[in-house]
Ligand binder design. Structure first.
Ligand code: KIV
Length: 262
């Protein structure tokens, strides 16, 4: 698979759908590499890896550590590092944080949550040669401030805000936008309103690509599963069955066999 660059990603609008998955470590990233267009080291690592309730306490140091792990095994997929809560509060701080990510990892781009309110920061970063992916709609980093996770696009005001957000960050220079938790008909409208690809998560099928969190789509997450997730594998059952067999084999003396010793 030929590795995409940001021009290829932009040019895929209306031509080819984009596939994206999260990864937080080198072992899984190696399996994903070349089988998916984009690997996102999401700040969801705090939930899907560290078992916390939200993404807010994820730190830049953790993002750099996990992005390095992913980049160490990825050659063909485009890698994006999510900027965690608190790392982009001013445009100067955002540049400092983004430069740290660029210098300390091989990430191809960063991702920033926020619409109109982040446009000046995104414009500043892109003017300093940092490739930025946007993220609007349901934004997990504002969940505490907004009292939870709410599907967006349910009334006229909110629809207008979403379109304004998409256009503002497009103008600021993002090369693609993640659109999370938005009613499908509104997501379709937003997708038509901008010239950069919209990568949806819980945003229906009339967008330019899809992203899922790896542990959700492979069934490793035993807890609450959002409606928009398609589970492609029963990972939790496979792990538990294999582990039970391992335990049984140890206890019965079946493992290790003659062929499994030096
Ligand atoms: O952090 C993350 O995993 C994300 C995806 C849900 C898009 O931002």
């Amino acid at each position: 698979m030929k590795k995409l660059n940001i021009q290829d990603i932009k040019a895929s609008k209306n031509i080819k759908k984009i596939s994206m998955i999260t990864a937080y470590d080198g072992v899984f990233a190696k399996l994903f590499d070349g089988n998916i267009d984009i690997i996102l080291v999401g700040d969801s690592l705090n939930m899907s890896f560290a078992n916390k309730n939200d993404t807010i306490s994820t730190t830049l140091k953790q993002m750099i550590y996990h992005t390095n792990a992913v980049c160490s095994t990825v050659e063909e997929s485009f890698v994006v590092c999510d900027m965690p809560f608190g790392s982009v509060t001013t445009k100067q701080k955002a540049l400092k944080s983004a430069i740290k990510v660029y210098k300390k990892t091989n990430a191809d781009a960063i991702k920033i949550e926020g619409g109109k309110n982040m446009a000046t920061t995104i414009e500043y970063l892109t003017s300093q040669n940092i490739a930025c992916m946007g993220h609007i709609g349901l934004m997990p980093q504002v969940s505490r401030a907004q009292g939870g996770y709410k599907v967006r696009g349910k009334d006229e005001n909110d629809i207008a805000t979403l379109i304004e957000d998409a256009k503002a960050i497009e103008k600021a220079g993002v090369f693609a936008i993640v659109l999370e938790g938005v009613k499908a008909d509104i997501a379709k409208h937003i997708t038509k309103a901008v010239s950069v690809p919209i990568i949806g998560i819980g945003a229906g099928c009339d967008v330019d690509g899809q992203v899922l969190v790896w542990s959700d789509m492979f069934g490793f997450n035993d807890g609450f599963m959002p409606k928009f997730v398609r589970v492609y594998m029963d990972g939790a059952t496979l792990i538990k069955e294999s582990l039970n067999k391992f335990t049984q084999d140890i206890k019965s003396g079946d493992f290790p066999s003659k062929n499994e010793v030096y």
